[in-house]
Write a protein that binds this ligand. Structure first.
Ligand code: IPE
Ligand code: IPE
Ligand code: MG
Length: 245
């Protein structure tokens, strides 16, 4: 506890990342190390997530996007996918009570059509329930893929062009950004990936263009609020130039 407070004091509250992206990886390996089924790792991961969102909110971070299920994760065994869907449903139900109490705004990003009706309805319910909160905005990336997101934006823009609402020369990076799931939100400043893998795995391809990347070998269920503080402190010590000098 004391240690945590000490770390927090090292953070410059005037230079917080506005938007943090998190690739929560390593649940399966965490479980394997303990001789447990992969599902146990996913449950432990969901618990870790609550603490991280609460910490980010307490610090005053405005946006956090967490990668919970990718467009590629359907490739996993049916049993694991079913477990993840059930965990997701319960997480959303529970978040209405716990995270809303913390003033968190919960939004889902990704393609919803592939989910069951029960999950789709719960997503709408949780978003409605939390939309007037004033704390951190938490985007949960569900059936999310960066390429799918850009393709969806391209389709929408093509329709606007056909309808005569815009001309091809009106299409610029601002318009594309406004048609992504994260429209009106700032780009990702800090991208965190756990479990030692150093790749994007189709996460926020557009929004991370100038993000600072931070990797740790820790597996997601072991990731603690103090690790989030470490990542932010490291972020604050980097020289961001955005192509300038
Ligand atoms: C991340 O953990 C959670 C999801 C992708 C749903 P993994 O399930 O990918 O865990 P590892 O990478 O196999 O250890
Ligand atoms: C990325 O992790 C997706 C999520 C964390 C939800 P994966 O475990 O699916 O990614 P790869 O397969 O290692 O690239
Ligand atoms: Mg993984």
């Amino acid at each position: 506890m004391l240690f945590k407070q000490k770390k927090k004091k090292e953070i410059d509250m005037h230079n917080l990342p506005r938007h943090i992206g998190v690739i929560m990886d390593g649940n399966g390996r965490w479980a394997k190390k303990r001789g447990l089924p992969r599902s146990a790792g996913h449950s432990a991961g969901a618990e870790a997530l609550k603490k991280i969102v609460t910490e980010a909110n307490d610090l005053g971070v405005k946006y956090i996007t967490v990668y919970a299920f990718s467009t590629e994760n359907w490739k996993r065994p049916k049993e694991e996918v079913d477990y993840l869907m059930n965990l997701l449903l319960n997480y959303l139900k529970n978040a209405e009570q716990t995270l809303s109490g913390e003033n968190v705004v919960i939004r889902a990003i990704g393609s919803r059509a592939e989910f069951s009706e029960e999950i789709r309805e719960q997503i709408v319910k949780t978003e409605e329930f939390t939309k007037n909160n004033t704390g951190i905005v938490m985007n949960i990336a569900l059936n999310y893929g960066g390429r799918e997101e850009i393709a969806t934006a391209a389709r929408r823009i093509a329709e606007m062009t056909l309808d005569g609402k815009i001309k091809p020369e009106d299409i610029d990076d601002k318009l594309i950004g406004e048609n992504l799931y994260t429209a009106s939100q700032p780009d990702v400043d800090l991208l965190i990936r756990t479990s030692g893998e150093q790749r994007l795995s189709n996460f926020m391809l557009w929004q991370v263009s100038y993000a600072e990347m931070w990797f740790t070998d820790k597996l997601w269920p072991d990731f603690k609020p103090s690790d989030l503080c470490d990542a932010i402190i490291d972020f604050q010590n980097r020289g961001r130039r955005f192509g300038g000098v």
